[in-house]
Every structure is written in C-alpha cells, then in structure tokens.
Design a protein around this ligand. Sequence first.
Ligand code: NAD
Length: 330
Amino acid sequence: MRIAVFSTKPYDRTYLERANASREHEIVFFEPRLTRGTVALASGFEAVCAFVNDDVSAEVQATLAQNGTRLIALRSAGFNNVDLESAKRLGLSVVRVPAYSPHAVAEHTVALMLGLNRKIHRAYNRVREGNFSLGGLIGFDMVGRTAGVIGTGKIGEVVCRILTGFGCNVLAYDPKPNAECEPMGVRYVPLDELYAQADIVTLHMPLSKETHHLIDADAIERMKRGVMLVNTSRGGLLDTPAVIEGLKSGKIGSLGLDVYEGEAELFFEDHSGHTLHDDVFARLLTFPNVLVTGHQAFLTEEALTQIAETTLASVDQFARGESLTNAVPT
Ligand code: NAD
C-alpha cells in the first residue's frame, strides 16, 4: 500500500524502513505535521500514518477521505487527537499501537521522579560550572514513601512494579482495577484518599472528556503539601495554570512533565533560536523544582521497533482485507 507518514523524524524513517524491508509498501515520509494546511500532501495515499500532535480532526479527515485515504495508522497508543465519530461517518479505519513498550514510558516516569527527588538536573549544571556545593540538593529515600498511581493499565502496572521494588507504599486509583497490581502489594483506594496520602502522584490514564483537567485547583488542594506530581500521559490531564499556582504556593513540591497541553506548537522541533511565545510554558521553566522532557518517554530502541512493526502489520492486515487487531473502535 502507499503510506504517507506525517511528522517524520529521522528515527521514524530508520525504524519504518527497517520494518518494511520484509514487506513491499511504498512509504513516503513527510516532515510536516498533518494539519489542514498539509493534508493535501496525502492525496492519493490509501494509508496515512500519524503521530501524537497530528491533527486528525473531522475537517482533516474529510479531505483525506475525499482524496482516497481509507486507513489512519497512528504510531502511538493514545488516540485523543482523532475524531472517531467522523472516522466512522467517513468509513475510515483507525489503528493504533496499543502497547509498544510500557516499560519505556514507565521507566522514563521513574527517571523523572528520581531526577526531581535527587535534583540531578541542578547537580549536572552545578558540577559543570565547578560548583560542588550541596545546598538545596537534599532529596528523600524512596523506600517507605507513598506513591499514588492514577491509571493502572499497561504503563501504570509497570510503574507500580518498579515502585514496589523500591519499597514504596503504592496506592492506586482506576475505575477498572488491574488484577496484576494487588498481588504486588498495591492498594486501590478512592481518589480522595490517594490525594491525601501520596508523597508522589503519577498519572497513567488516557486523555478524554472525563479526565481533561483532572488535576485542577480543587484536586491540588486535596493533595499533601510538598507533593511530587508527575505526568507522562497527556498534557490535557493537568490544568497547567492551577499547577503553576500550586508550585508558587509550595503546595506542589516538584513537578515532572513529559507532556504539555500546548506541546503541539513546541515539542519535537528545535526552537532554540526563537522567542518562546507560550507564557504558561515559559513560567513553568522558571521553577528550579520543575523537570520537563519533550514527549520522549516512548523513545527507546525497543519501543521504536515495536511501533514500526505493529504499524506495518496493521497496514498488512488492512491490505489483505483482514480484521484489524489494533483497530480503534469507531
Ligand atoms: P491503558 O489503556 O493500558 O491504561 C489506561 C488505564 O487508565 C486503564 O486501566 C483505564 O481503566 C484507566 N483510566 C481510564 N480513566 C481513568 C480515570 N478517570 N482515572 C483513573 N484511571 C483511568 O494505557 P497505557 O498504555 O497504560 O497508556 C496510558 C497513557 O499513557 C496513554 O493514554 C497515553 O496518553 C500515555 N502515553 C504516553 C507516552 C509518552 O511518550 N509520554 C507514550 C505512550 C502512552
């Protein structure tokens, strides 16, 4: 099949070409994001391969469908950027990569926790400038601390496993508890109890209408003073201005982010020579106790291999007219 790949980075090309070596798809790589302005590039391609910040709205889909596209293959687990009702109406199939490596994201989540806790980002800069003072670098032992994991699907489960391994007391909240978690010693509790008890709160649920801005001023108010908050799921789970108020007041002791609500305008590109116009993001970067990575939690060799393999396996199934194992129900 002819596949138009949007938001292409060098690693996408490397891993997709490797996966295609044993197949015969015609893959064309486009660097721009999929938007109303770039959708014409996909004209004549039966399959479009999109990533997390591509615009797969009803309007973009209408043009895709009109120009011959029949399959939208997301090389991500999340599908919050796709209008599923419109896909159904237009007869577009949507596939995703539901589990490429939960370990990649879970391990990055814990890297943010440890980095923040032991102030690795500050120590790194100090040492390079010949400053070996330890002032302000005091952390805490993870053993015995209470971590609250919200969302215990594939990634949350691995986070629970790592944190129980550290000797943390792990509390969890999920409307659909995971049977793997309780045997590890994880205790499911109502959200209020998790907020009240947790020294660390980490988010691992999808972004939806229900979870949008789940962490708002009210939720923050119910958390422990000095709580560490970590979000590697989707930026829209946090009401970022409320989080900034929490940081200013000291209610939030530290914040680790791999995702940001306005990331589509920022992440995955080099903006180092330009003025930062997002004042909310700029404010976040002024706090010494905030550690931000640019949506890189998925970026491991294993995950990229799996993303490319699963994506092309879905295209194979579509081309053969088979049922799609990784279809997003529309
Ligand atoms: P999953 O579907 O396996 O698990 C999600 C869990 O969230 C489910 O158990 C579900 O019951 C639970 N959930 C739903 N609504 C909830 C709510 N209101 N409160 C608490 N829990 C709720 O998904 P996953 O593979 O573990 O991925 C989780 C999220 O991680 C994805 O939706 C995606 O947004 C994000 N992600 C980020 C990256 C990255 O690179 N930063 C990579 C992959 C996935």
